[in-house]
Write a protein that binds this ligand. Structure first.
Ligand SMILES: [Ca+2]
Ligand SMILES: [Ca+2]
Ligand SMILES: [Ca+2]
Ligand SMILES: [Ca+2]
Ligand SMILES: [Zn+2]
Length: 665
C-alpha cells in the first residue's frame, strides 16, 4: 500500500511543535491523511528561510544553542555572579525555548540547488502515484497556494473519474485567460505513467519555487500553465492494480469488441501465478528455437542456426477465457486515444487504434473542449514513453510545416536536446511512424499551438552510453542485475495452464522498461520540466516599446508606436496567419479628443511596404508580431490630449502605454 506523500496537519497543532511534527512526518512518509487539504496554517511557519537581518536583533546574536553571546549588550546582566537565581532561571528559560523552538527558528534546512528542501507541500519524486494519490497532491497544492493555483475538472472519464486541470498563474496579476498559456498533458497512454509524474512535478516546482527562482516567479506572474496530469485516469489505476505489462493498457477502458465475436473485453491476459505481473510463457521443447542467455539465464535468445533449441515461447501470460481457440485476443479497450483527434483522422482500417469518430472518447472530448475555450494557449507539451525523443508534427507524411514555423520548432527543440541528454529531436511522421488523428497535429494545425511530444525515458540511462546494436536486451538485463539488484524480473517458474498443461511463466516486471526506476524518476521529471519552462518562456509576449507623437504642418499629428515581441515564438504561427486559425493582433490608438484618419503598419521602422488599414484605422489589425521582432504602427490623427496605445494578442498577451503629445508637456 502506498500513502499520501503530501503531509497534512494531523493534529491541528501550530507553532514550533507542529513544525517538529512536520519534520518527522515528512521524513517518514507517515500514513497520515485527513480530508482537509494543506492550508495556510503552514504558510508563515514554512516560509522561505529568512536572512539573518530579518531576525529580531536579540535572536540575531544567539548561537546555535540559543545562548547569547557574552559580549553583546543585552547579556551584560548574565555576567554578574551575584545574581545566580536570575542566571539559572534565564538558562532554564533559554533551554526550554531552545528545545521547543530551535529547529523552527534557527535551523533552516540546507537548500540543494534545484527543488526546495522545505516545501509547503512535501512530496517525493521516486515513486508513482495512483489516481487518488495524484488527486490528493493536486488538492494539496491548490490549497497551499491559493493565489497561484486553481484546481478544476474539465470533465469525467468513462469510469467517472474527474479529469483534473490545475491552472497555475499569479492571479493577483491578471487572470489566466489574459496571459499566454502553456498546456501540459500527461499520459494519454495510461501505461506511460511517468508522464503524470513529470506534469505533477512541474506543478509542484512552479508553486514551490515561486519567490525563490527568478525565472519561475517571472513565468508564474506573466504566463498561465494549464496542467492535465492524467488524460487516461481509468487505465492509470488499471495499470497499477491489475496484472499488466509495462506496455498495457495503452487504451482507455471503454469496452470494444476487438475480435467481433459479440463480446467485449472477454479475453485479456491472465495472471497465471498471481504475482500481479503479466510476463511471458514458455515450455521446454527440444523442437523450440529458444535457449537461455549464457550470462543472464532469465533472458531467452534464439538458438544459433545449427544448434538445437530448448524452449518454445507461448506468448503473453494468459489462457483462452472464452474457448474460441485464441488466447488473449480481446483485452481492455482496445483503441488508441491518440488516434482520436480531428485532424487527418482515419477509420480503423486505415489507422489502427482509431475509435468511432473524432473525439468520440469522453476524456479527449473534455480536454479538446477546454482547449477550444482557451485560445490563449500558445505552447504545449505532451508526455508519452518511451525511447528519448522530442517529437513535433506533422504526424502524416503528406503534410509539411511552413519553414518559418519549422525554424521555431527547431530552435526550441535544439535547446531541449541539450537539456535532455539522449533525447533525439524528430518529426513524428518521418522519424517515428505515421499517426492519423494525433493530439499533437490537432493542437498545432487547428489551434495554432507550438507543441512537442516527449517520449520519456531513454535506455541510454542504463549505463549512460548507447548500447551496442542488438544488445538492448542484454543491457537491460545487466542493469537489472547490477542496479536493480534483480528486482526487475520474475524468475521463470512452473504453473499449470488450462490449455497447455505444465508450462513456465517469467520475464520482465511491468514497473520498468518503459518507465524509469525510482532513482532515475526525479531526474526525468526535472529535466523535462526544465525543457517546458524554456518553451513556456519563449512563448510570445507583446510589449509597446515606444509611442511618440509628432505634429505635422496643417494641424495633423503623426503617432508612431513600436510593438515588439522579445521572445522566440511569433504571436501567431505562419500556419495560423495563412489559415485564420486565431484572430490577428490588434494595435489600437485611443484618445478622448483624437480623430484617427489613417492607420498603417509595417515590419520596418521606416515604413517601407507599409500596409494601410482602411476600415476602422484606429484599430490596426496586424497579422502577427514575429519572434524576436517588431511591428511598427503609425496613425495620422487630428486633435490633442493624452492618448493610449494598446496591443492585444490572442496568444501573445497585451500591453498598453499612455502618453501625451510632446508640446503638452
Ligand atoms: Ca470480443
Ligand atoms: Ca504473473
Ligand atoms: Ca479467446
Ligand atoms: Ca486470456
Ligand atoms: Zn504514447
Amino acid at each position: 500500500m502506498r500513502y499520501s506523500s503530501e503531509v497534512e496537519n494531523p493534529s491541528g497543532a501550530t507553532g514550533c511543535v507542529s513544525a517538529a511534527v512536520r519534520e518527522l512526518v515528512s521524513e517518514n512518509e507517515a500514513p497520515v491523511h485527513n480530508e482537509a487539504p494543506v492550508h495556510s496554517e503552514w504558510d508563515g511557519r514554512l516560509a522561505r528561510p529568512r536572512s539573518l537581518s530579518e531576525f529580531p536583533s536579540d535572536r540575531r546574536d544567539a548561537g546555535p544553542t540559543g545562548f547569547l553571546d557574552r559580549d553583546a549588550g543585552p547579556t551584560e546582566f548574565l555576567d554578574r555572579p551575584a545574581r545566580p537565581a536570575l542566571w539559572v532561571a534565564a538558562v532554564i528559560l533559554l533551554v526550554v525555548a531552545a528545545a521547543t523552538c530551535a529547529t523552527a527558528a534557527e535551523k533552516s534546512p540546507y537548500q540543494p540547488a534545484g527543488a526546495p528542501a522545505d516545501p509547503k507541500v512535501p512530496a517525493r519524486w521516486n515513486y508513482y502515484r495512483d489516481y487518488a494519490e495524484a488527486t490528493r497532491l493536486l488538492e494539496a497544492l491548490a490549497a497551499a497556494h491559493p493565489q497561484r493555483a486553481k484546481l478544476a475538472s474539465v470533465g469525467k472519464s468513462y469510469g467517472g473519474r474527474e479529469m483534473w486541470l490545475l491552472s497555475i498563474t499569479n492571479f493577483g496579476k491578471g487572470s489566466d485567460r489574459q496571459k499566454p498559456a502553456f498546456m501540459i498533458a500527461g499520459a494519454i497512454h495510461a501505461n506511460e505513467i511517468q508522464g503524470t509524474e513529470v506534469t505533477l512535478y512541474t506543478a509542484w516546482y512552479l508553486l514551490e519555487m515561486y519567490g525563490r527562482s527568478p525565472l519561475v516567479t517571472r513565468l508564474v506572474d506573466a504566463r498561465a500553465f494549464y496542467l492535465v496530469p492524467m488524460l487516461s485516469p481509468d487505465s492509470r489505476d488499471a495499470h497499477m492494480y491489475r496484472p499488466n505489462t509495462t506496455s498495457s493498457p495503452r487504451s482507455g477502458q471503454v469496452p470494444v469488441d476487438d475480435d467481433r465475436d459479440g463480446l467485449v473485453d472477454e479475453d485479456g491476459p491472465d495472471d497465471l501465478d498471481g504475482d500481479g505481473q503479466i510476463t511471458q510463457m514458455r515450455v521446454r521443447d527440444p523442437n523450440g528455437r529458444w535457449k537461455p542467455h549464457p550470462d543472464f539465464p532469465n533472458l531467452l535468445i534464439p538458438a544459433k542456426d545449427d544448434e538445437p533449441g530448448e524452449y518454445r515461447l507461448l506468448g503473453t501470460e494468459g489462457y483462452d477465457n472464452d474457448g474460441d481457440g485464441r488466447v488473449n485476443e480481446d483485452g481492455d479497450g482496445y483503441y488508441d486515444p491518440n488516434r482520436d483527434w480531428p485532424w487527418q483522422w482515419e477509420p480503423r482500417y486505415v489507422q489502427h487504434g482509431a475509435h468511432r469518430y473524432p473525439l468520440s472518447l469522453p476524456e479527449n472530448r473534455a480536454v479538446a473542449d477546454f482547449v477550444l475555450k482557451h485560445p490563449n494557449i500558445a505552447g504545449a507539451q505532451s508526455y508519452h514513453n518511451s525511447g528519448g525523443m522530442i517529437l513535433r508534427g506533422p504526424g502524416t507524411k503528406d503534410e509539411r510545416l511552413d519553414p518559418a514555423d519549422l525554424a521555431v520548432y527547431d530552435a526550441i527543440a535544439k535547446k531541449g536536446q541539450e537539456m535532455l541528454p539522449g533525447y533525439k529531436y524528430l518529426e513524428t511522421a518521418t522519424g517515428l511512424y505515421e499517426v492519423h488523428g494525433g493530439e499533437g497535429d490537432w493542437m498545432f494545425v487547428m489551434r495554432g499551438v507550438f507543441r512537442f511530444t516527449n517520449e520519456l525515458w531513454t535506455p541510454l540511462n542504463f549505463f549512460r552510453k548507447p548500447a551496442e546494436s542488438g544488445e538492448r536486451k542484454e543491457e537491460a538485463e545487466r542493469f537489472n542485475k547490477y542496479l536493480l539488484l534483480g528486482d526487475g524480473t520474475v524468475p521463470w517458474k512452473e504453473v499449470d495452464h488450462p490449455q497447455f498443461g505444465r508450462i513456465e511463466v517469467g520475464g520482465m516486471k511491468k514497473n520498468w522498461g518503459r518507465q524509469p526506476p525510482s532513482f532515475l524518476l526525479e531526474e526525468e521529471c526535472h529535466r523535462n520540466m526544465a525543457f517546458t519552462l524554456y518553451h513556456a518562456d519563449q512563448m510570445p509576449q507583446v510589449r509597446i516599446q515606444s509611442a511618440a507623437a509628432k505634429r505635422l504642418p496643417g494641424g495633423l499629428v503623426e503617432v508612431t508606436a513600436a510593438v515588439v515581441n522579445p521572445k522566440l515564438t511569433p504571436t501567431r504561427a505562419a500556419l495560423d496567419v495563412t489559415h485564420h486559425v486565431t484572430p490577428p493582433d490588434l494595435v489600437s490608438l485611443e484618445g478622448k479628443d483624437l480623430k484617427v484618419s489613417l492607420g498603417l503598419w509595417s515590419d520596418s521602422p521606416f515604413f517601407q511596404d507599409a500596409r494601410e488599414q482602411k476600415h476602422r484605422p484606429e484599430q490596426v489589425r496586424v497579422p502577427r508580431i514575429p519572434g524576436m521582432g517588431a511591428v511598427y504602427v503609425r496613425w495620422l490623427v487630428r486633435g490633442a490630449g493624452p492618448y493610449t496605445v494598446r496591443v492585444q494578442s490572442v496568444k501573445g498577451g497585451s500591453d498598453r502605454r499612455i502618453a501625451r503629445m510632446k508640446d503638452e508637456g
